[in-house]
Design a binder for this molecule. Structure first.
Ligand code: AMP
Length: 434
């Protein structure tokens, strides 16, 4: 199939050409015509399948045709907000569309100034969006299309109340598109409550099994650092992402690699300020950094297309996280390799400071247990709403507290005001701030 077969406008065809996309991916071929036709969708697709351009092209075509006036894209993390915003800007360039981003960790005053200008698409993380709504900077009533990107991740890291509250306050007459790697009971609950008459699209992975080679290496706990050095030295000049469980672990490994004269080492974890994280990702993208040591903050959604080697220095906490880590390589059908260190003598997680590690909580482990293998960790059934609900765990990726009170509707105002009439509180919150 060609992009021309999707009956896109000449301007969108131009941007697709400029981006070097030769033909639509499966999710694009299936979803774009439905989005243009105004069908609500639940799309099961991984990152790496071209899902951003799928909803991006669909929305842009609708905005260009006037069927959508303003679109909101909700994403779980700052990194994803930046990436999605970047891709939508490129896609919307020939149409002169304005795409803006709002996410925690960036100075609120700049975002408020930015959002006072006009825009067609807003890409936002839920916590920051709630904050901006309560300050009267963003009015949800103006959006008639919403995308929930990586909905499963958004729920996993504790944004359930924010997402529900945002959906409650959007106009009922709207297009709703939900993209998720997994369609579990919670995602289905959102669909039945907020996405009427939706169609389900299921997409196979872009990565073929053969394009990612997985290897498991048994290493005594005490020898993991030297094994890491050896593995990296065996792959000179190879773009490598090393996953460690904790921020401390990341910092320690980076130091060890540098002390051993491994060149071009960088690190990424949730304690780093956003501009630093963005710079680090850019340097990794442009090959200035060849070995990036990271926590699970890098496991999801990063558009780094040519990571050749993933080393799970610490095993992922569950199968889904493992899958997302592995998904950083072998993108768009390229070859990739995943090496996982398995240490049967590893001390229990608690002794390694596991319980105290905020980032670990934030990035979606539902299991404290260790001892699983890279291929067969136990399933991840059962829903997990984050410790003490949304505020705490959401902070890890959004840098924001929960904006909604107990009702799931009230917004920041909900904490300060009566929650008897949550919708009113939300609206009053807007007026109070104006
Ligand atoms: P995503 O699934 O949105 O994370 O996209 C993964 C990567 O695929 C991004 O870097 C996109 O720029 C790229 N991409 C999206 N659509 C296409 C396409 N039709 N052809 C080639 N690359 C694409």
């Amino acid at each position: 199939m060609k992009f021309e077969d999707l009956k896109l406008s000449a301007k969108t065809l131009e941007s697709v050409r400029n981006l070097g996309y030769e033909e639509p991916t499966e999710v694009q071929a299936k979803a774009i015509p439905k989005i243009i036709a105004g069908t609500n969708l639940i799309v099961r697709s991984q990152t790496g399948t071209g899902k951003t351009a799928a909803f991006g092209i669909g929305l842009i075509e609708r905005i260009a045709a006037g069927t959508t006036t303003k679109a909101l894209v909700l994403v779980p993390t700052r990194e994803l907000a930046l990436q999605v915003c970047d891709e939508l800007r490129k896609l919307g360039l020939p149409h002169a569309l304005n795409v803006r981003a709002a996410f925690g960790g960036q100075k609120l005053v700049y975002q408020i100034r930015d959002l006072q200008k006009s825009y067609d698409i807003l890409v936002a993380t839920p916590g920051r969006l709630v904050d901006l709504c309560n300050r009267g900077t963003v009015y949800l009533s103006k959006f008639n299309a919403v995308v929930l990107d990586e909905a499963d991740h958004m729920l996993d890291i504790g944004f359930r109340k924010e997402v529900f509250g945002i959906l409650d306050n959007l106009p009922p007459e709207r297009l709703t598109l939900l993209f998720s790697a997994t369609v579990d009971a919670e995602v289905k609950q959102i669909a039945s409550r907020y996405i009427p008459n939706s169609e389900l699209i299921e997409v196979g992975e872009m990565r073929t099994v053969s394009s990612i080679k997985e290897e498991k290496i048994e290493v005594p706990h005490a020898q993991k650092v030297s094994k890491l050095l050896e593995t990296i030295q065996l792959h000179p000049g190879v773009k490598t992402l090393v996953f460690a469980r904790t921020r401390k672990g990341v910092m320690r490994l980076k130091r060890k690699l540098e002390e051993s004269n491994i060149p071009h080492v960088g690190m990424l974890h949730g304690d780093m300020e956003q501009p630093k994280r963005t710079r680090m990702i850019d340097r990794f993208k442009t090959d200035e950094i060849k070995v990036l040591v990271a926590t699970n903050v890098a496991a999801r959604g990063l558009h780094i297309n040519d990571v050749e080697l993933i080393i799970n220095y610490d095993e992922a906490e569950d199968k889904l996280t493992h899958m997302h880590r592995a998904g950083r390589t072998g993108r768009m059908g390229a070859e990739g390799k995943v090496i996982t260190f398995v240490s049967h003598d590893a001390p229990p997680l608690q002794q390694r400071g596991q319980q105290k590690n905020k980032e670990h909580r934030s990035y979606g482990s539902r299991h404290g247990g260790s001892g699983h293998t890279s291929h067969g960790p136990s399933g991840h059934g059962g829903s997990w709403h984050g410790p003490g609900s949304s505020g705490g765990s959401g902070q890890g990726s959004d840098g924001e507290g929960s904006g909604f009170g107990g009702s799931g509707h009230a917004g920041h105002g909900g904490r300060r005001q009566s929650q008897k009439h949550p919708k009113k509180v939300w609206q009053r919150g807007h007026r109070r701030q104006r």
